[in-house]
Ligand binder design. Structure first.
Ligand SMILES: NC(=O)c1ccc[n+]([C@@H]2O[C@H](COP(=O)([O-])OP(=O)(O)OC[C@H]3O[C@@H](n4cnc5c(N)ncnc54)[C@H](OP(=O)(O)O)[C@@H]3O)[C@@H](O)[C@H]2O)c1
Length: 332
């Protein structure tokens, strides 16, 4: 059994705890919040839970072995570092870190301390995502792709009101690319590998981060266009173009429908997919397998793959946002 502690008391932490409990491989041991009432309010529905309002006390809870971090992006690094130094495994919400320097330091520290670090990039752990990935080599050559994830954030209303909510703040490493674009980049690199060039054209909002933008990732034989945004909504499907047809996906962050339109056969194949009600169950299960089977070779290899992918995604996201002149406090 994994004894889980949680940092961050927003709805996403409830969703992860529900997923973790559903796997029957975790219990909720402790909750950290800046306010005792928030910690208690969060933990009250899960039974016997310890509470802490300072991180030293929280990381000192000995029987807690794994920490899920869902605080604003720029806080992940210091919190993960402190957790790892206390010999806890860390599951860090996407985007895990602000830049490659932070990513590299955490990976190195986790290896030294013999604990695991996971970036909670839930889409790559979904069965449907893996099934689409398995299809890639079966199709004819890829000639391009177009992925989109744009969802209006009510917190943009605060920006329009002259405020700086965390998710739109350069101090908290926010913006559309970091928040939603990261899912698209995960898919692109998982399916096609590292691009040889990356460019980002962003529409910035008053706080200095990107409200929406278009990224182009260039490969030897094709280009991938990505559209991410938090100041408008997109209803577009995502598509991968092959020499013999087009694969249409209803989303990249959570794929529930996929169709291949074969140009030669003039037919459409519906690809059957299974989707969990709670989209975080599959990642919670994957992380649990690694934590509970630390000497298993296959899980060890998968872990190394996720680390390499997390590192590459972080590199590309950083290149993209720098190409659009987006600077975070964490870069300085
Ligand atoms: N995987 C997914 O589907 C998904 C979905 C949503 C969000 N996320 C990720 O989850 C993380 C949190 O996102 P969010 O939208 O929930 O963020 P948020 O509302 O800005 O903050 C999350 C929690 O962090 C604490 N916090 C907020 N501001 C803080 C500050 N200034 N200093 C210290 N602690 C602060 C608060 O907990 P306390 O008040 O209890 O201290 C808050 O509940 C992000 O990395 C985001 O990308 C992932």
């Amino acid at each position: 059994m994994i004894h889980l502690g949680v940092i961050g008391t927003n709805w996403i932490s409830h969703q992860f705890v529900a997923a973790a409990l559903e796997t029957k491989k975790y219990d909720l041991t402790a909750v950290y919040s800046r306010k005792l009432e928030s910690a208690q309010e969060f933990g009250s529905k899960y039974g016997d839970v310890e509470y802490a309002i300072d991180l030293e006390t929280f990381f000192g809870i000995e029987h807690m072995d794994t920490v899920y971090i869902a605080s604003p992006n720029s806080l992940h690094f210091e919190q993960a570092k402190q957790a790892i130094l206390a010999k806890k495994n860390v599951i860090v919400e996407k985007p895990a870190f602000s830049n490659p320097a932070e990513m590299d330091e955490i990976i190195q520290l986790a290896n030294q301390q013999k604990v695991f670090f996971f970036e909670a990039a839930r889409n790559i752990h979904e069965t449907s995502f893996k099934k689409i990935g398995d299809l890639m080599p079966l199709k004819n050559r890829i000639i391009g792709a177009n992925f989109s994830y744009m969802k209006y954030s009510s917190r943009y209303d605060q920006v329009l009101d002259g405020q700086e909510p965390n998710i739109f703040s350069p101090h908290f490493s926010g913006g559309a690319l970091m928040d939603l674009g990261v899912y698209l980049i995960y898919a692109t690199i998982a399916w096609f590998g590292m691009p040889k060039e990356s460019h980002y054209f962003a529409k910035k909002v008053a706080t200095g981060v990107d409200g929406l933008g278009t990224a182009i990732l260039r490969y030897d034989e094709f280009d991938v266009t990505l559209q991410a945004g938090k100041i408008g909504d997109s209803f577009l499907d995502s598509e991968i173009y092959f020499e013999n047809g087009t694969l249409v996906l209803d989303g990249i962050n959570a794929i529930s429908k996929a169709e291949f339109h074969d140009r030669n056969r003039k037919e459409t194949d519906i690809i059957s997919l299974t989707v969990e009600e709670n989209p975080m169950v599959e990642e919670a299960l994957d992380f649990a397998e690694v934590i509970l089977n630390p000497t298993d070779k296959d899980w060890g290899l998968k872990y190394e793959e996720w680390i390499e992918l997390a590192r590459n995604v972080n590199k590309v996201v950083t290149t993209l946002r720098k190409s659009a002149g987006i600077v975070f406090t964490a870069d300085k």
